[in-house]
Write a protein that binds this ligand. Structure first.
Ligand SMILES: Cc1cc2nc3c(=O)[nH]c(=O)nc-3n(C[C@H](O)[C@H](O)[C@H](O)COP(=O)(O)O)c2cc1C
Length: 373
């Protein structure tokens, strides 16, 4: 394998929303490659303006930089000129962004210790041990987040407030057809691993709840009917509130300004991945809770995200709760919301597409859409 391939073989383990891996690679030479960064805004309600994909691009680019040090190289990354290409035409996909990476050998560069945990880092959706973080752990995570900062919610009432916010937000996720359209394609049922989706074993649901989800999610009509008959409180308590309390802390990663440009979102993604890897190195696990931030931004920018009456108003209360939770830090500046803590090894794991499938030619192809399973 070439140097570029070695680095990408490791870096492809970067996280992405719903394991979408919105990137493909074009090897230019032994030491140079392009990352084509795609987004899923045309069909994923959570990828508003492609921002969550672009955050993932930042996480990938940070992972590339860290992985390169394992091969004695410094990665020089050039971002696309200008800002996000924005193709708003109905049904069209935004063209991929092109990030150019050049690997420069540097014999004096020590391997970044975070390279050792790139593959191990994984999302933990099950409850964690509610063990207080040490000052050293907190300081180490804050250092990894720079130039962004971390706002902590550690006491029981503070964790419970964010957990309840997430549980309220989950009602939106569970009851809008636009989210169902996403969930029915991204979950791999009866699976403990998946190369391009979330295996159901990773969702943090016990066997009874999983069986109910599986049978309800066969069609939107069925799911909607079940939601009306039984309500959504029990699954929201099991999947959002309880885990939200059973952790060491809830945290927000906050920038000094709203990540309004592509460069801001890349910088935020890079910081988030450093925090996630540092947490892994410290023996801690993390679960992002990104969707409240997305629904809040729909509200702030006065954009409708659903045909279900009432959901937009529910999102407005989520946005207000984020404002209240983060006094002093404008809620718009929050790049990441997550829970963190020590836990058992994960019980289901998203794998990645093989490198051979991620390497493409020029011009970049369209990102294949997942079929419904
Ligand atoms: C931008 C972004 C948003 C995400 N949002 C959530 C989320 O709201 N809830 C969640 O459980 N996981 C979330 N994830 C985690 C991904 O689902 C996860 O990283 C991906 O499936 C790959 O799995 P792994 O991290 O275990 O390797 C998010 C990841 C990214 C990069």
């Amino acid at each position: 394998m070439s140097l570029a391939q070695n680095v990408l073989e490791l870096a492809r383990w970067a996280p992405s929303g719903d394991n979408s891996q919105p990137w493909r690679f074009r090897i230019v030479s032994e030491r140079e490659f392009d990352v084509y960064g795609y987004d899923t805004r045309s069909h994923c309600v959570y990828d508003l303006d492609g921002w969550s994909s672009q955050l993932a691009h930042g996480m990938l680019l940070e992972t590339i930089s860290i992985a390169a040090t394992r091969y004695g190289c410094r990665a020089h990354i050039t971002l696309p000129e200008g800002d996000t290409p924005h193709l708003d035409l109905p049904g069209s996909e935004a063209p991929p962004l092109r990030y150019r990476v050049q690997l420069e050998p540097d014999a004096a560069l020590p391997p970044d210790p975070l390279a050792a945990v790139i593959v191990e880092r994984s999302v933990q959706r099950w409850p964690m041990r509610p063990q207080r973080l040490t000052d050293t752990q907190r300081a180490s995570l804050e250092e990894a987040a720079r130039p962004l900062r971390i706002a902590w919610f550690e006491s029981w009432p503070a964790r419970a407030r964010i957990a309840w916010l997430c549980a309220r937000n989950a009602r939106i996720r569970m009851t809008i057809p636009e989210a169902y359209a996403v969930h029915r394609t991204v979950i791999a049922w009866h699976a403990t691993t998946s190369e391009d989706r979330l295996p159901d074993a990773s969702l943090g649901a016990g066997p009874m709840l999983l069986a109910t989800m599986r049978s309800a999610m066969v069609s939107w009509q069925r799911l909607d009917r079940l939601n009306r008959w039984t309500g959504t409180l029990l699954p929201r308590l099991a999947l959002d509130f309880l885990p939200g309390v059973l952790c060491s802390a809830q945290l927000a990663i906050v920038a000094d300004w709203e990540p309004a440009t592509l460069a801001d979102r890349i910088a935020a993604g890079r910081a988030i991945q450093r925090v996630w890897l540092r947490a892994t190195a410290l023996g801690l696990q993390m679960q992002p809770q990104y969707t409240p931030l997305v629904f809040a931004r729909y509200v702030r920018s006065h954009r409708e995200f659903t045909q279900r009456p009432g959901a937009q108003a529910e999102a407005a209360t989520i946005a207000a709760s984020i404002d209240t939770a983060l006094p002093g830090a404008a809620a718009a500046n929050v790049a990441w919301l997550a829970r963190i803590g020590p836990a058992q090894p994960v019980r289901g794991r998203s794998l990645r597409l093989p490198l051979a499938q991620l390497v493409v030619g020029d011009p970049p192809p369209k990102l294949p859409r997942l079929a419904t399973v």
